[in-house]
Design a protein around this ligand. Sequence first.
Ligand code: ADP
Ligand code: ASP
Ligand code: MG
Length: 417
Amino acid sequence: MRVFKFGGASVKDANSVRNVLSVLQKVGHNETLVVVSAMGKTTNALEVVIEQYRNKDTKLSNTISELRTNHKAILTDLFESNPHSIFDTIDAIFDDLSLLLQRNKSPKYDYIYDQVVSYGEIISTTILSAYFEFKDVANQWVDARNLIKTDSTYRDAKVDWTETQEAINTLIDKKTLTITQGFIGADTNNFTTTLGREGSDYSAGIFAYCLNAESVSIWKDVPGVLNGDPRVFENTKLLNQISYEEAIELAFYGASVIHPKTLQPLQQKEIPLYVKSFINPEGKGTAVSKGQTLEPFIPCFIVKKNQVLISLSSLDFSFIVEENISEVFSLFHKYQIKVDLIQNSAISFSVCVDNKFGHLKELITELKAKFKVSFEENVSLYTIRHFDTEAAEQLEKNKEILLKQLGTETYQIVVKQ
Ligand code: ADP
Ligand code: ASP
Ligand code: MG
């Protein structure tokens, strides 16, 4: 079996949906499981819905209406003027979303977040499945919440591999074309959970692992994995081949073309991952597999924006030792702060972190009770894998460097944004 993943950019409008079908027709779709994200920027829009709901903002119903209208416009374009039951189906899903918000009694933000954002993927896959049928491409729509079983860490759910494996083997018909959602799963109470923003790549990895798939292809708006994000760096080059280890490193440092969790299940079973262009499906793309680190072997540039640089020193000039450090890390864990870089000396300790769950204030307050704390928000972390002097010098140009760290393979700087 093959697993394909189509992200938000590949299903952003009616033409994109047509293109997905054309890609499948070119590369074949038997014995294929297709994992799909929400259309375009729908997840961002649903995050706005949640904020407005929380703030009892009167614009809430407008925001939902706008989303409904946008999806309806895509339907009208795809299904032309034909009356088709998909219009009612999508209406019913939107009604359901409004009802969910009206009836919700839970004050838990992360819980309601997952119940709401998951609608993006349910809607996109429902549309794709109906469109494929409409074009005589038989397929089976499956609800990923019956397959991906997780704990109840809403917004960052951990997979229960045994339960997931069993559900996938029972419910997926390997012979056909299956369409399912990325990003979402369900906990033991059958409440919806999500695997973290951009988590659809990871879903593809989970499905591939459980199905012993022969390969995973993630279809992107770029020719494959490049040696830098083309939106940020100039003259980027395609990496033809990279090892799992290298891909994990690149993803970990922030190469957002692959979600960092995707590689681990694939590496375990040595399932190759192809990153390919949905604009040019015949292009070679990038193969991630066992073997050569990187081909061509060139410096790779990565940037993570909107990070926070926190510096701690002891209140009494005593050393920062294992005990304090372990305390600091348990606080990072408590407040879901993701650590990207660490630098320490005898009496000070600096970390560059990602505040994606928004708990920075609480963390700082707690840290201030024990340490002298300073922090700077809106910094960028730049990493070069396999750096050389020329690459480092080029990157440093016109930047105000707050921290620098060199390893044998990796060069990192934290700079003001
Ligand atoms: P999806 O549609 O699957 O969600 P993403 O937008 O998450 O796709 O990922 C594709 C984007 O990743 C590209 O448009 C590109 O700007 C960005 N990107 C970041 N780093 C790289 C890299 N090293 N190689 C290619 N693309 C990269
Ligand atoms: N739709 C989700 C997001 O935008 C998951 C994904 O696209 O990978 O984060
Ligand atoms: Mg994405």
